[in-house]
Each structure stands twice: as structure tokens, then as C-alpha cells.
Design a protein around this ligand. Structure first.
Ligand code: NAD
Length: 502
């Protein structure tokens, strides 16, 4: 495989080739640990997007006509290549995003699992059949691809989020244009090259980079049939409204503020260990990160003291250094934004139990580092509670009872993930039943569904009707046709009445 990750300029991937931009706008990709610019990334203009969509449109008839089994076999080879190149992809993610190498490799694995799911999609493309829906008349359904689909993905999972979309869309017979995050574009470029090596015909997958201009060109393009988006809530809403107003099928996954409820009967040491990983893993830059703990009754002081002890012991540094548990944030601008929230929380009167602002990593003074931060006695009017901070900042709110805790979670405008920590099956069952959230964990802090289930939140965490990958992913990337068949062995009388299949 020829790799472009060490080149100073990232290219587009159009019709199976590295392609330069026709425009002049570009952005910078930084090494999150050093703060140094490592490459530049071209920002697609309308002509670039047209070229990518045209390539996908031209590749569609042959790809649609390729049997599902042959499509799946290409994905099987791709799955093996992804596994073989996990180290290389994880290194690109760690450099550009900052997360630790084991964490990056884990995200490659979660993407690979969607490829594994997609290799079984021929089974899910089977339709329904009913004999004798009328006298001598049978009906069957077929699941057909939509056409050219677009995917727009966020910075925090540069391989996993594209993999939520691409394998499923391709297995269903669609062709694809991806616009990955301009902040860490290299992992998806590596994946495109591996797909080519696996035998994917040119043009079936295309990649353009860029910002709002590229995204809007995709959302409004006449030849795009469907849009899958993952990112922040305001942009998800924009994507949903713009593309669906143009008749496209849309699934737009947005931001989150995920709560973990800790009940007094929980195994508090186990809960604290789980919460530390869920709050500070990937420096809190996960859509399923736990960013708010609701501590019920006397669980409050006990969980806060355990979280404090563990948070202060975390090892922070560059993600490629052995033993480091938490890396830097994505950009200096994001670091400044997260620090701003800590300043505000402090001013607003929350109890700052662990303050990550003083952290400096020797030799990496220009890296985007922030230490783990813990606030206690946070109230729901504070911005550190209301907003998605997307950094290593965990807030604790206190609740009187299980019911109060459920009410607090349900009043959040977001509904991506949540977890309850308890040793009571009855309490866990009540929680799972009443909670208004799409993905629920019982003593599991980050309940990300496996690839053969579907991933998606509720409320402002998802716009659209269908979640990603799993059965919903297949529904999203196909449309159903019902074929009604009669092979007459006699001539029927002409009838102008509504057919009733007697
Ligand atoms: P973002 O919304 O800023 O960007 C996402 C994508 O949209 C990127 O490709 C970006 O280039 C593009 N974009 C940005 N601004 C745009 C605009 N004004 N118009 C059109 N396109 C635009 O998100 P991010 O900062 O890259 O990622 C972090 C966010 O993603 C967090 O809010 C996180 O919760 C969310 N996220 C959600 C999920 C989920 O499954 N719900 C998963 C991962 C990340």
C-alpha cells in the first residue's frame, strides 16, 4: 500500500486516485501532542464535490449489478487488510487526534466489526415472499440500493465513524462520497487505499475534504440520494433540515451529555473505575463519554472521593508514549474552549475538586494538554452542566432518590447514552424502562452497541428515524420494492375496478 500520511498535503480520493483540489482554500492538520502543523488539507469547492459525486454516479450501475456475495467478498478482504494495518491507522489517529495508541487501535477494531457485520448483509437483503396473495398471484419484496450516498464525519472517531457508514452502504449496493473531518483526515484515506487493494472498483468510494462549503455542496447535490452525518447537534440539525428539504434520506447523529446514575447500593469502587475510563478516556472527546454523574443519596461523598483519588493519579502525555492513559485535545482552539468552561464553572460556584488547568507536559509545552477536571455540587442551571464540553471535565450533581435521578436524565435535551450503577436488578430494570435515552448501560459505562445492533441516540442526539449500522443501517441504505406477479393460464376479463386480489 502506498501511504500519503507522511506527505505534507493530503489529497482527495476520486475515482480510485489521489486527486488535487481545483480550489485554493485549505486547512492545517496539527499533531495534537506537539501543536505542530503536520500536513495541510485542501478544502473542496463545488467543482471538487461535483467531480467526486460524478465518479460515484458513474460507478453505480456496475456496482449495483455486482452480486451481493461478490460485494461481500471484497469487504472480507478489506476486513483482513484493516486488521493487518491497524497499527498504521492507529498511529495516524494518535498523531492527528491525540488519543492514545491502544485507544486508537480499539477504535479501528470497532470499525472493523462493522465491516464484519457488512460481510453478512447478503442475508439481510433477502426479502419477503407470499404465495397466493390473490388467486394465482404472488408477491415478493426486494431491497434495492438508494444510489450515491454521502457521509460526513466528526474528528473524534476518524476511522470508526466512516466505518459505521461505508461498509454497510457499499454492501447494500450504493456508491459513496465521504467528507471526513478536516482535522484528522488521514485515517479515512488509508481505508480508501485498503479498499482498493481489497478489490473495490474505482469510483465506488470517493473522499473529499473540507468545511461547510463541501458539506453544503453534498447536502444540496441533485445526484446524492442519502446523507449520513455524525457530529455536533447544531450541525446535525442543519444537515437534517437542508438535505431532507431536498428529498434526501437523512440520518444525522448529534452531540450528547451522557449521565451516569450511581445508586447508593452500587459497587462504588467498580463504578469509580468505570467512570474514570468513561469520563477521561480519549480526553473526554467521545460522543458516548460520561460527562455528568448523578449521585443518589449517600453515594455522593463516597463516589466523589473515589473519583478524586483516581483522576489525580492518571498519567497524561503524548498518546504514542507507553503507559500514557490520556492524551491531548484535538486543537488549541478546542483546548481554550474547554478551559473556558472550567473558568466559568469555577465562577458559577461549583466545587472544583480536581483542576486540570495547571497541567504541563515536559517537552510538549505546545501540545493541547489539559488535566482531568472534576466538579462537585453542580446545579442544572450552570453551563458546565447544560453544554456538551467535549473534554476531560466531569460534573457531579446530587439527587435525593432514584426517581429524581431518572427525572434529571430525562430532562436533558440530549439522549445519546446513559448508565446506571447498582446491584439491584429491580432498580436497573426500572431505570432501563423509564429512561429517555437511545443506548443504556447497566453497570456498563459506555454502552456502545455491537455492530450487529444499531447505534443511535434520541432527542437532540439524532435527527432522522434510523440509527447507524446493524439492522437500521441496512434499512437506511436500501429501499423496498414489492413485486406482484401473475402468470396467467387463462385470459382474465377486463376490469376497471380497484384490484382486490380475490
Ligand atoms: P462538528 O459538528 O463540528 O463537525 C462534524 C462534521 O461536520 C465535520 O466533517 C465538519 O467538517 C462538518 N461541519 C462543521 N461545521 C459545519 C457547518 N457549519 N456546516 C456544515 N458542516 C460542518 O463536530 P466535531 O467537532 O468534528 O465532532 C464532535 C461532535 O460530534 C460532538 O458534538 C460529538 O458529541 C459528536 N459526535 C456524535 C456522535 C454520535 O454518535 N452521536 C459520534 C461522534 C461524535
Amino acid at each position: 500500500m502506498t501511504t500519503q500520511t507522511t506527505a505534507s498535503t493530503v489529497s482527495f480520493w476520486i475515482n480510485g486516485q489521489h486527486t488535487s483540489s481545483r480550489g485554493t482554500r485549505h486547512g492545517s492538520v496539527t499533531n495534537a501532542a506537539t501543536g505542530r502543523v503536520v500536513r495541510t488539507v485542501p478544502f473542496a469547492n463545488d467543482a471538487d464535490v461535483d467531480l467526486a459525486v460524478e465518479s460515484a454516479r458513474a460507478a453505480l450501475p456496475a456496482w449495483r449489478a455486482t452480486t451481493p456475495l461478490r460485494r461481500a467478498r471484497i469487504l472480507m478482504r478489506f476486513r483482513d487488510l484493516l486488521e493487518q494495518h491497524t497499527g498504521e491507522i492507529a498511529a495516524a489517529i494518535t498523531e492527528e487526534h491525540g488519543k492514545t495508541l491502544p485507544d486508537a487501535a480499539g477504535s479501528v477494531q470497532r470499525g472493523l466489526e462493522v465491516v464484519e457485520f457488512a460481510t453478512g448483509i447478503p442475508h439481510l437483503l433477502k426479502g419477503e415472499h407470499a404465495e397466493d396473495v390473490g388467486a394465482g398471484v404472488d408477491s415478493h419484496t426486494v431491497q434495492q440500493p438508494l444510489g450515491v450516498c454521502a457521509g460526513i464525519t466528526p474528528f473524534n472517531f476518524p476511522i470508526m465513524c466512516p466505518m459505521w457508514m461505508i461498509p454497510v452502504a457499499l454492501a447494500c449496493g450504493n456508491t459513496f462520497v465521504l467528507k471526513p473531518s478536516e482535522k484528522d483526515p488521514s485515517a479515512s484515506m488509508l481505508a480508501a487505499q485498503l479498499l482498493q487493494e481489497a478489490g473495490l472498483p474505482d469510483g465506488v468510494l470517493n473522499i473529499v475534504h473540507g468545511d461547510k462549503q463541501a458539506v453544503d455542496a453534498l447536502l444540496t447535490h441533485d445526484d446524492i440520494a442519502a446523507v449520513s452525518f455524525v457530529g455536533s447537534t447544531p450541525v446535525a440539525r442543519h444537515v437534517y433540515e437542508t438535505a431532507s428539504a431536498r428529498g434526501k434520506r437523512v440520518q444525522a447523529l448529534g452531540g450528547a451529555k451522557n449521565h451516569a446514575v450511581v445508586l447508593p447500593d452500587a459497587d462504588l469502587d467498580g463504578a469509580a473505575d468505570a467512570l474514570i475510563g468513561a469520563a477521561y478516556g480519549s480526553a473526554g472527546e467521545r460522543c458516548m463519554a460520561i460527562s455528568a454523574v448523578v449521585a443518589v443519596g449517600n453515594a455522593g461523598d463516597a463516589i466523589v472521593s473515589r473519583l478524586k483519588e483516581r483522576a489525580t493519579a492518571l498519567r497524561i502525555g503524548p498518546g504514542d508514549r507507553e503507559g500514557v492513559e490520556m492524551g491531548p485535545l484535538i486543537t488549541q482552539a478546542h483546548l481554550d474552549r474547554v478551559r473556558g468552561y472550567i473558568d466559568t464553572g469555577d465562577r458559577e460556584g461549583a466545587e472544583l475538586v480536581v483542576d486540570g488547568r495547571g497541567l504541563s507536559v515536559a517537552g510538549y509545552e505546545n501540545g493541547h494538554f489539559l488535566g482531568p477536571t472534576l466538579f462537585d455540587r453542580v446545579t442544572r442551571d450552570m453551563s458546565i452542566y447544560r453544554d456538551e464540553i467535549f473534554g476531560p471535565v466531569l460534573v457531579v450533581v446530587r439527587a435525593e432518590s432514584d426517581e429524581d435521578a431518572i427525572d434529571i436524565v430525562n430532562q436533558s435535551p440530549y439522549g445519546n447514552g446513559t448508565a446506571v450503577f447498582t446491584q439491584s436488578g429491580a432498580a436497573a430494570r426500572r431505570f432501563a424502562n423509564a429512561i429517555q435515552v437511545g443506548m443504556v448501560g447497566v453497570n456498563v459505562p459506555i454502552p456502545v452497541p455491537m455492530a450487529f445492533f444499531s447505534f443511535g441516540g434520541w432527542k437532540s442526539s439524532l435527527f432522522g428515524d434510523l440509527h447507524m449500522h446493524g439492522p437500521d443501517g441496512v434499512r437506511f441504505y436500501t429501499r423496498t420494492k414489492v413485486v406482484t406477479t401473475r402468470w396467467p393460464d387463462r385470459r382474465d376479463a377486463v376490469s376497471l375496478s380497484m384490484p382486490t386480489m380475490k
